[in-house]
Design a protein around this ligand. Structure first.
Ligand code: C5P
Length: 218
């Protein structure tokens, strides 16, 4: 497949989603937020009363997801779920069902279908290692846990929610542990990934850093 892919993986709240969308916009490519598919599976399971341990039922749900990604919203069964998807308990359930192999298998082809000309920027945990192992550019985007907790805190406060920095930091570390230590598709940099540390970079600088790697790729 000659259609280029920029794969951006990294821990929770490293800014991957925002950065991926901006890189895609700069290049005129499409974008895939793969975490949204895990979150949508979690949300659909909750709605259908499927337990987070029922591997086969969860895989069926993932295979049959009726989802549409519009420019500014996500529809599940024609219902706007953009806000619900971002909720912490949905992200948490997503990370609890994400280790199940049948679910990951069910989402694999769906993710690969996003690879369309002129190119794709995608973000997640296993974009460079499993879903697009032939991506010509793989970025592993990290930021120290304090920087990530602070960003998440600012987002929540901005939206009018209350938040506690210490709790956020603990939640992030729990999610990181789970994503890194699972046996199936654990969060880790691909052998040929470039590590970008955004702890001291703003969004513009991070986007520029990634675009520079794309322009200067071997
Ligand atoms: O990135 P986001 O926080 O939306 O992802 C939610 C959860 O889905 C992650 O914590 C991770 O467990 C899972 N996930 C995954 N593989 C991906 C993307 C997300 O396992 N490619």
């Amino acid at each position: 497949n000659h259609i280029p892919v920029i794969a951006i993986d990294g821990p929770t709240a490293s800014g991957k989603g925002t950065v991926a969308a901006r890189v895609a916009e700069a290049l005129g490519w499409s974008v895939l937020d793969s975490g949204a598919l895990y979150r949508l599976s979690a949300l659909a399971a909750t709605r259908r009363g499927v337990a987070d341990t029922d591997e086969q039922a969860l895989a069926d749900i993932a295979r049959q997801l009726d989802v549409r990604f519009l420019s500014d919203k996500v529809l599940l069964d024609n219902d706007d779920v953009t806000e619900q998807l971002r909720q912490e308990h949905i992200g948490d359930m997503a990370s609890r069902i994400a280790p199940l192999q049948p679910l990951r298998d069910a989402l694999l082809e769906r993710q690969r279908a996003f690879r369309q000309a002129p190119g794709l920027v995608c973000d997640g945990r296993d974009m460079g290692t499993v879903v697009f192992p032939d991506a010509p550019l793989k970025i592993f985007l990290i930021a120290d846990v304090d920087a990530r907790a602070q960003r998440r805190y600012n987002q929540l406060i901005e939206k009018g929610f209350s938040a506690n920095l210490g709790d956020l930091s603990k939640d992030l570390q729990a999610r990181d542990d789970r994503d890194q230590n699972r046996l199936v598709a654990p969060l880790k940099p691909a052998d040929d990934a470039v590590v970008v540390d955004s702890s001291n970079l703003d969004v513009d600088q991070t986007v520029e850093r990634i675009l520079a790697h794309w322009r200067n790729r071997a």
